[in-house]
Design a protein around this ligand. Structure first.
Ligand code: NAP
Length: 352
């Protein structure tokens, strides 16, 4: 372990990303206490050397640093601001780092309240996905300046290969949301190109190889292309979290009167996928929206769940703010935009 004032770490949220991240800290010699809402997900880390806490408060009391890697802004708010939460239980001088993808405003609120409590808090969301978490090669976007990050830099470098500082609280989240907006076009272009090739009866392995060597190649295609061809929709990065991220980005853009048509289309398509049962699938499952209904059914989706008359689909205002509820469609109604069947089955045989 390199020179750092940080020795003890409370780690909250040991899901797909948090588990391998916490494991790197344990392996680097930090004294790690873990807490997860569903306790069973934290137990493998206890086997690896972590202590188990029964609550957020227990996980963070007297720790030098606290890392949170939970799902939604609501979870972040609950973990930091709830009774027995991080802000009321962490010691003065503790470094509080939220690595979840969450709302910039909430990050600023947590920063300000922590300052009042004598703690130092900043947002530090990541890119690189599950693979980046496992291989400790995440890119970490810090909503703080270099001086604030310096004492925890060795800790962050245990989990990531690139640590960027964006100056002030909330800006790490802004950077992460910009990344998610940029990703939208890449994901949509990939699944649409593959659907087009399949419809044209092309050899799909050959086509994927061609795409990967040309200008259309992308990190999305490298990560997900082969998975899509073999029907592997396991997360990785869950659809429900991507819908959350895109809604957060759209809400922020709307406040600045910036229109993001690709992001809106991505929200519609991913919300539709979520509505027919794909909420917890990996984001590559967007390819199923273009597949025939039998392929969708085999993967566990059900197009009859699509409610075209659903008045309750979240509006921009509902899904915005800090919440960005899972599955909350914005812009045009997902069902109305895409009809009652998969894009790949309308007006033709399901098995074509
Ligand atoms: P995940 O597998 O759902 O993990 C989130 C974990 O947080 C779950 O184990 C959950 O517990 C726990 N949690 C939620 N609220 C909690 C609370 N109040 N107290 C204690 N534990 C709580 O999600 P993930 O894929 O690891 O993603 C985590 C965050 O990173 C999300 O914000 C996501 O958008 C972001 N992210 C994900 C990826 C990716 O590729 N997966 C990449 C970059 C960023 P339960 O088990 O009880 O639900």
């Amino acid at each position: 372990m390199s020179e750092s004032p940080i020795r003890t770490v409370g780690f909250i949220g040991t899901g797909i990303m948090g588990s391998p991240m916490a494991r790197h800290l344990i392996e680097a010699g930090y004294d790690v206490t873990v807490y997860n809402r569903t306790q069973s997900k934290a137990l493998p880390l206890v086997k690896a050397g972590a202590s188990l806490a029964g609550s957020v408060g227990e996980a963070v009391r007297d720790r030098d640093a606290v890392i949170t890697m939970v799902g939604y802004p609501e979870d972040v708010e609950d973990v930091y601001m709830g009774t027995d939460g991080v802000l009321s239980c962490a010691r003065k001088g503790a470094r509080l780092i939220d690595m979840s993808t969450s709302s910039p405003e909430l990050a600023r609120e947590i920063h300000d309240e922590a300052e009042v409590c004598g703690q130092v808090a900043f947002d530090a969301p990541v890119t690189g996905g599950e693979t980046g978490a496992i291989t400790a090669s995440l890119t970490i976007f810090c909503g703080a300046d270099d001086d604030t990050v310096a004492p925890v830099l060795p800790l962050l470098k245990t989990m990531g290969s690139l640590v960027l500082t964006f100056g002030e609280a909330g800006k790490g989240q802004m950077a992460k949301l910009a990344n998610q907006v940029a990703l939208a076009g890449s994901m949509l272009g990939m699944v649409e190109g593959l659907a087009f090739a399949k419809e044209g009866g092309l050899d799909m392995d050959k086509m994927l190889g061609a795409l990967l060597t040309g200008t259309a190649a992308s990190s999305s295609l490298k990560t997900y292309g082969a998975k899509i061809l073999r029907g592997d929709y396991k997360p990785g990065f869950q659809v429900r979290h991507y819908v959350k991220d895109l809604n957060l980005a759209l809400t922020t853009a709307q406040r600045e009167e910036l229109t993001l048509p690709t992001t809106e289309t991505a929200i519609n398509l991913y919300s539709l996928l979520s509505e027919i049962g794909g909420d917890r699938m990996g984001t590559q499952a967007l390819s199923l929206v273009y597949a025939d209904e039998q392929t969708c059914a085999d993967a566990g989706l059900d197009w009859s769940l699509l409610n075209l008359d659903d008045e309750d689909d979240a509006t921009a205002d509902d899904a915005g703010g800090r919440g960005a509820a899972p599955g909350g469609a914005q812009g045009a109604d997902a069902g109305e935009a895409f009809g009652t069947g998969s894009l790949g089955s309308r007006g033709r045989d399901a098995d074509r």
